[in-house]
Design a protein around this ligand. Structure first.
Ligand code: 6PG
Length: 237
């Protein structure tokens, strides 16, 4: 696995560089196959990058050949302010149309039922072959969580299921979650972390130094890319 770390002066520069790299990766995938698969991250950080993609790269690739998935979701309606799908719809999907968008369903009776449904969606898309996403985007919590896999959570140990119900710690507004597991997150050719803000500095250092934190267990098949702003990178340049 090839690792790269890129540091940018501002969140805006980070978003611009990340959007360009995302397009490059998807263009490369589409050069040899009819479709590519992209897993979106939730949270606030990626919003700028999604907007860049929508505003500056909407005609850079044939988005109709890209299938969109989500790495995790809060168990709220898709029009709820906390919805990761809602955030992507307002930023990326504002003027980008994809052929296949697979939002994580949150209208089931429970996060567990939603997780089972989403696992079927993923397996169905890959026609019951072993899933392999071309690119998975991830954010990083200040506790070094990824998706909705939080420190100390039992979901960190899941090795069979691709999607599980999860619980965020009490400080999070939307605690009931659905999350891809490490078997699913690592079933990616490439993972690109998007991290900005001084409050992430400690988590970045833990993840990059191999401490036993959730982010340190992200291991894609080919490339692990860290795209950081200067505040998150701290002294590491
Ligand atoms: C979520 C995310 C989560 C996020 C980190 C960072 O649903 O919240 O998937 O893993 O990426 O918490 O969030 P920010 O970008 O808002 O700091």
């Amino acid at each position: 696995m090839i690792r790269e770390k890129h540091v940018y002066s501002t969140p805006d520069d980070l978003a611009g560089a990340a959007a360009t790299r995302i397009v490059e990766i998807l263009v490369e995938a589409l050069a040899s196959r009819p479709k590519a698969s992209l897993v979106l991250t939730g949270g606030r950080t990626p919003r700028l990058t999604y907007r860049r993609l929508a505003e500056h790269h909407h005609d850079a690739i044939d988005w109709h050949r890209v299938a969109l998935f989500w790495g995790d979701e809060r168990f709220v309606p898709h029009d709820h302010p906390e919805s990761n799908y809602g955030m992507a719809k307002e930023s990326l999907l504002r003027n980008i149309e994809v052929a296949d968008a697979f939002p994580i369903p949150t209208d089931h009776a429970s996060p567990s039922a939603s997780a089972e449904h989403y696992e079927r969606d993923i397996l169905g898309y890959f026609a019951n072959r072993e899933p392999l996403f071309d690119l998975t985007l991830l954010g990083l919590g200040d506790d070094a969580h990824v998706a909705s896999l939080f420190p100390g959570a039992p979901e960190l140990e899941e090795r069979e299921r691709l999607v599980v119900p999860a619980q965020a710690p009490p400080e999070h507004a939307a605690r009931d979650r659905i999350s891809l597991t490490f078997p699913a997150l690592n079933a990616s050719k490439c993972v690109l972390f998007l991290v900005a803000g001084e409050n992430k500095r400690g988590a970045v250092r833990q993840a990059l130094s191999g401490d036993d934190v959730p982010a340190a267990h992200v291991a894609p098949r080919e490339h692990l890319l860290w795209y950081l702003d200067a505040e998150a990178a701290g002294a590491m340049k």
